[in-house]
Ligand binder design. Structure first.
Ligand code: PLP
Length: 684
């Protein structure tokens, strides 16, 4: 089985072995409370002091304060609260303060959210002002100069390095603008991604507040630090027992402190972490591998101005979800945009702020490694990248000369709430395309060419879409022969010859350009009806189990049926369809005829080295979600055995199980948590 290759270090890192040992020791034997005056407490206090001294030296804190926190989000809150309390006081004393809370457009969400929160709670009513960045992701210094010169900036929040792109800010340039405009603004610099990667000499700057987080540099989650410049205002966020000199109450997280101490020791002594030059070399190798296998890949940041440990890229024609899924199948952990928004495939606000085109900001993938990475991991990652490229080529998602194994059956290609359908007959290598959406044309064309199919008809179900059909016909070249006697929606008067499938029009006598459906059967009653909307009146004449496959599918239901529409009792939240990983073995014992269905797409399958290790050790059938509707129509007609759907995380398989239940196939289940949580075993 493949080892996991973790390339998501900007989200969090592993914990340094020496840090684990140190934390375990503190939890196991040296467990004292640093506020206790007995020997056990004094030992804890000594560790706390030693860690602080080490951090002060490393960060060049000088006479400033260094407070331990739970992480950067707390540090950011404390800094924002401190600055805003001071601004409120100054205003109450009749002093002029600026009106703007300025923050970089690419800041971590913790910054604008904290600004908005405390601005509201403190009743300050200042205005949040987003400072633009240039195409290189660096702050627009002219825009900063404008808000500082007018005296409008009350607080300026910038970051040392960006978490999505690794772009290193021009802190010296920002400082120069603050100085030359004699700005009175307080200045916070989020140093989370800089720790251990950039030289910091905080006391030599005019930075007022600098939050840090341990878990981005091989310490555990839950420990962080906040630097405060001497003379910068300070208001504690948490009060109580007076720990940390009453600046941050609450008994200290000593396991976290001990672990952080081990990391800081490694940094100070050298020899543990890779040098800058080595990291630059590793990034170049990963970038070369990506360029070699992903045609047209573009990097979304300037390597010369970025941390050497981050690569952010987009690939024309591939969504970030497809890339994430294929890398995950190859056991390479990467992230789409920032980890916080990985669940939604929303465009990245960081890349949007850099004015990158939508396809790049919505399709971006971040690969990030830490300074502990070794040669073997980079070499293995390069091999896996090659494997992912091969999997994408074999599945026709990347251009390929090799004709891959042809798909057979009904394929649904979707973009938010709308989809196109293809009916494919592998035997005759012929297919039809129904309602090609403009956004999907390159994908459909690549799919047809790569599998060497002949398109027998390009059909429309409604009055719209003519331009996309014409465009596809033009693009397909020798793969499509325009026939004479084709009506306004692409239907040839001689009918469509599609191997084992029969396709007919409904209603037969519809006006040439009125909405219509296409019925698909393979010898018997119609199995599926392709329509512009599942509400079309002519569909009422179809059987209960004929699947209605609409182009417009706002709820992403895939397809429906008269049965599903009549059924009131199904609720999508029905918990009885969820199977936990630890229930699976019992379930499979109780239902020996149950079938495991893997709904991941073919490229994920192809990228998985261990295709035969499955949940529960039971052989799994591959039914990609894009082919689910076609297979559902077969299952509804066949013998009913329990179907257990699974995928990577349990999200797509939940949709599959819900679809089957809606259609009246009640023995359908979802393996919740998917492959990520299920213990895998080799299929018997
Ligand atoms: N700032 C940046 C740039 C980050 O990358 C993160 C972590 O994602 C944070 C702040 C928040 O840090 P923490 O998880 O320690 O609260």
């Amino acid at each position: 089985m493949d080892q996991e290759i973790y390339l998501d270090s900007n989200a969090t890192t592993t914990v340094l072995p020496a840090a684990i040992t140190a934390a375990a020791e503190v939890m196991g034997t040296r467990f004292g409370n640093p506020s206790s005056s007995h020997a056990t407490g004094l030992q804890a206090k000594a560790l706390l002091d030693q860690t602080r001294q080490r951090a002060r030296r490393l960060l060049g804190v000088g006479p400033g304060r260094l407070i331990f926190t739970s992480g950067a989000t707390e540090g950011i809150q404390t800094a924002v609260l401190s600055a805003l309390c001071a601004l409120r006081e100054r205003r109450e004393q009749g002093q002029a303060i600026g009106s703007l809370l300025v923050y970089g457009a690419t800041e971590h969400k913790a910054v604008p959210e904290s600004l908005a929160h405390w601005n509201r709670l403190l009743g300050l009513n200042l205005t949040l002002h987003k400072l633009p960045v240039g195409e290189d992701g660096r702050h627009d210094l002219a825009a900063l100069r404008a808000v500082c010169a007018s005296g409008a900036a009350a607080l300026v929040c910038t970051m040392a390095a960006n978490n999505e792109t690794g772009t290193i800010s021009d802190l010296a340039g920002i400082e120069a603008v603050l100085a030359e405009t004699s700005s009175q603004a307080y200045w916070m610099v989020d140093c989370v991604q800089a720790l251990g990667k950039l030289e910091l000499d905080l006391a030599a700057t005019r930075i007022d507040y600098a939050p840090f987080s341990g878990h981005k540099l091989y310490a555990p989650k839950g420990i962080g630090m906040l630097y405060v410049r001497p003379g910068a205002p300070f208001t504690p966020l948490i009060v109580g027992g007076g720990q940390e000199g009453a600046q941050r109450s609450g008994t200290e997280n000593m396991a976290g402190v001990a672990a952080l101490n081990a990391v800081l020791t490694a940094l100070e002594q050298g020899g543990t972490f890779r040098t800058h030059a080595e990291l630059v070399g590793f990034r170049a190798r990963l970038a070369d591998s990506l360029r070699a296998v992903l045609p047209g890949v573009v990097f979304n940041h300037d390597f010369a101005k970025s941390l050497p440990t981050t690569l952010n890229f987009s690939v024309p024609g591939l969504s970030s979800k497809e890339l994430m899924d294929v890398f995950d199948a190859a056991q390479v952990r990467v992230s789409s945009g920032s980890a916080c928004s990985a669940a939604k495939a929303a465009p990245s606000y960081v890349l949007d702020a850099m004015h990158l085109p939508l396809w790049r900001s919505a399709g971006a993938i971040r690969m990030s490694f830490g300074a502990l990475v070794d040669e073997a991991t980079i070499a293995a990652a390069c091999e896996r990248i090659e494997r992912c490229g091969a999997a994408l080529r074999a599945s026709c998602l990347l251009p390929s000369d090799q004709a891959s194994v042809p798909q057979d059956g009904v394929v649904q290609l979707g973009v938010d709430g709308a989809c196109s359908w293809m009916v494919m007959d592998a035997g005759s290598r012929s297919c039809v395309v129904i309602d090609p959406l403009a956004e999907l044309l390159p994908r459909i064309e690549a799919y047809v060419r790569c599998q060497n199919y002949q398109v027998r008809a390009i059909l429309g179900t409604g009055v719209d879409g003519g331009a996309a059909r014409d465009e596809l016909a033009g693009a397909l070249g020798r793969h499509f022969h325009a026939r004479a006697g084709v009506d306004a929606l692409g239907w040839p008067s001689a009918g469509v010859d599609l191997g084992r499938w029969q396709l007919s029009r409904l209603p037969q006598d519809a006006a040439a350009d009125a909405p219509r459906s296409y019925l698909l059967s393979d010898g018997g009653a119609p199995r599926m009806a392709f329509c512009s909307s599942a509400q079309q009146p002519d569909l009422a004449t179809l059987g209960d189990d004929t699947l209605l496959c609409p182009t417009h599918d706002a709820d992403n239901h895939f397809c429906t049926s008269a049965h599903a529409k009549a059924q009131a009792e199904f609720t999508a939240a029905d918990a009885s369809l969820q199977l936990n990983a630890d229930e699976l073995d019992n379930f499979l014992r109780a239902y020996p005829d149950a079938r495991l269905i893997d709904v991941r797409e073919p490229y994920e399958f192809a990228a998985t080295q261990t295709g035969i290790a499955t949940p529960g050790g039971r052989a799994a059938h591959s039914v990609p979600l894009s082919q689910l509707s076609g297979r559902a129509s077969e299952w509804l007609r066949g013998e009913r055995v329990p179907l257990v759907f699974f995928c990577r995380s349990g999200n797509r398989s939940l949709k599959a199980a819900q679809l089957l239940r809606r259609l009246g196939y009640h023995q359908s289940y979802n393996l919740s948590g998917g492959l990520a949580l299920a213990p895998l075993a080799m299929a018997a």
